[in-house]
Write a new protein. Sequence first.
Lengths: 167, 123, 698
Amino acid sequence: MMPENRFSTSPLDPLTRRSDGENVQTRQLVCFTIGDQTYGIEIRTVREIRAWSATTSLPNAPDFVRGVTNLRGTVVPILDLRARFGHGQTEPTKAHVVIVVAIESRVVGILVDTVSDILTVAETEIRPVPEIGGAAAQEYLDGLITQGDQMIALVAADRIVAPVLVH
Amino acid sequence: MRTQTAKRRNRTARKTSKATRALRVILAADETDVIALKRRLEAAVAKDRHLAIDAGAVAALTTAGVQVLLAAAASAEARHVQFRLAAGGPAMIDAFGELGLADTIASWLEPAENSRVDDAAEA
Amino acid sequence: MDELDELKQAFFEEAEEQLSDLEAQLAALAESPADAASLNGAFRSVHSIKGGATLVGFARIADFAHAVESLLHRMRSQQLAVDTAVVALLLGSRDLLHDLVRAASTGADLADGAEAIFVRQIDSYAGRPILSQNPAPSPQRLVRLQLMPAADYLARGGDPRRLFAELRRHGALSVVVDTSALPPLEALDPGAMHLRWTMALETAATVAQLRDVFAAQARADEYEIVDCGSPAAAAPDSSIAVSSADVQVSAAVVDPDAAEPPPAKGDKDMSAVSPSERDTAAIAVEDAIAPIVSSIRVDLDRMDKLVNLVGELVISQAMLAEQLHALPTGQFPQLARGIEELSRHARDLQEGVMAMRAQPVQSLFSRVPRLLRELSQHTGKRLQLVSSGEDTEIDKTVIEHLHDPITHMIRNAVDHGIELPEARVTRGKPPVGTIRLVARQAGGRIIIEIADDGRGIDRDRLRARAVEAGLIAQDRQMSEEETDNLIFLPGLSTAAAVSSISGRGVGMDIVRRNIQRLGGRVMIRSTPGQGAAFYMSLPLTLAVLDGMVIRVGGETYIVPLANVVESLRPLAKDVHTLVGGGDVLSVRGEYVPLAHIGGMFGVSGAVRDPTDGLVMLVETDDGGRIGLVVDEIVGQQQVVIKSLETNYRAISGVAGATILGNGRVALIVDVSGLRARMGGQAYAPMAEAGARAQREQR
């Protein structure tokens, strides 16, 4: 009945010590997938991760706003990130995941396909988004990270959520 | 006769310019620095014979601020400086009202346009 | 000599000086009526005497000084001409003041009623004072309080306003300030406290309770509490001069001919008794008079948390109940009974918790007399207040948000409704305008009325202005009531500012929006020439709503019960489609526009033909009606209101959200918003619909 709560995360200190004793700026990211692309979102914004459960639709909402859901007594809007990126609507099942983030004291859920793991990357590993990616990429992403042969796109949580929260 | 006419014309002229001549003391939205407020009012009272206090922008007025304004009004009176409230604001009214000073604010109101008061002060 | 005697001595000396100044100033005024400096000086002299008298407890002197002061005030704010007659009256009054002070200083008695003649004359100049015809019925008594903060009071974090606000929670408070200790500006230490206050509190609280209030905010030597017994016994003598008062002037003032109890004696009792004796006397009085009120102070945050928890509890038990329905009936009778009991307990608990937060609307009404006094002074209109239902209770959070709307509506009534005294008399009305303030419970909601007996709404002018502003179409047909309620459209009406002091006017549209935010409704009804009345309907509490649960397509919505008129299954012959699009339903001769929620909200699978579903007739704030086309009515339920705006934003046509027993979110419909969205269609010319229907019938 109530959606189960699979993970709980808490923000950690971004500074870690390297083996040679130097302090480096790092970021901790929660990694998730949409289709076959992997993304990362700063753990500092993430409140929890839940399995998908049916939402109540909102009248006259943009196509990427799936509706609202009950999060332990609070009404929380759910954004379909695939649709936000303009790649069509998600057909969510119980296997899909909602990442609940807190942006400027508002709580919003982001619908993604799966959550893979939590990654720590050094600030220096984050590359800027190339212009060739297009305007959408520039708007929604903060950078790119290479892990082995995988490219992870760093998501700008506040810019993704912003239009929803217009007063 | 000429003298009289001139006097009358001057009186009218002085009357209109008097209305605009008051030194306008504009209070800020936050007047919690009462020491600064006191200095400003002291300077104003020493400077001009007509003061118009504009408190329209005041968003927060403490009891200390109210005291300073009261003392300024008393000082002004002692020096025969006209002390008027050109614009109040909800913050000021609330502050004065809660402290039992609603009548005081009423007495500081700008007099009406065709005021005999202005003429008299002039005379 | 104890401190009070010293103060009194100081008062006598000071008063002698002021009185002789006053004599000089009045003499100057008699010579040249335009002498503003003398007029102001006279005002200040009387004001000082009043303040001093209040501080040392010479209420009779203070009262009379107040009357004289009001007269002087009217003169210097140009409401009254300075002529020989009024100056003569002032000189006579000055002499009487002198006699009163002399009598107090020598301990002699001055004949009762000596002031009455003067007061009557002063009243005839100044107009009748504002009075309430409904004095509070509860067992209240008048307690006199004094606050004499030490110089470091502010530095210690003390705040007189905070203290006064606390005191106001216990009853109506009137405050008189003593500024005599205020040094001149150059010598002023701005961080030090130089003001003192004397207060009168009409309250049912005990002296011990009041002492608690003070003890939390001031040192023991900075305050004093004196109990003066019940207001009736104390009569005009113990009523503090009504200057910046919240106190509704008691019935005693209404009839100046009533025999006054020996006032001088009363004065002496106050003055002769030493502080400790007074306390004992006060305690004795407290035991005798104080009602058995025991209460406990609770932190508001804790209360809110409790209310939320109870709300969640109600939702949880609703979920359990829902699950129970899914089980085969009869299989688990114990379980069923248990859950039913749980539901009952949860509901009782919720009611109890809500009741804890409920407060009488008295605190809203108590500010009104002062507001009327200000308005009366600024506009020159004469006003009186009649109020009832002060003990009607409403949730604390709702009350806090009502202060502004009520103030604005009263301003609006006085500015635009009540006429000047001369105009009223010409129309055969009494020169004093009446503002009526009523609170009552009706149908699970609180109704607050603000009525005036002024000129009512000028419908033609209002309509013309609305057309001019482009807010309505030139040919739009409206009922009288709808026309009156145009004042709630932006830009058409303000609770106007008549003086620079009240700042900008606030539009009625903002007032309505704020009331709607509370889940309330407001409308106006007017009778031209006779008056108008604002009607506010408010939920008992912000958190909970009685609603009708409806289904549209696959979605569930809640319609607030307060808006629901009736539900019907329409017949095909009663449904008509208009030329410009949109359907109307004929209901007992009236044509009601239909709102297809499914279409408006983008819900798939919703019933399209009204005859396939149901029509729920609902009423908006201004009395307009629309019919909601729904698939089915699921039931009636009390729901806990959740905010949509906290994490998302406002949606037009949606008032909020709630969580149903199945854990799903359901949106609450905003009927007025829906109607606004329907736009022109909702206001389709009724004549056209009627004519068309007639044609179809033939």
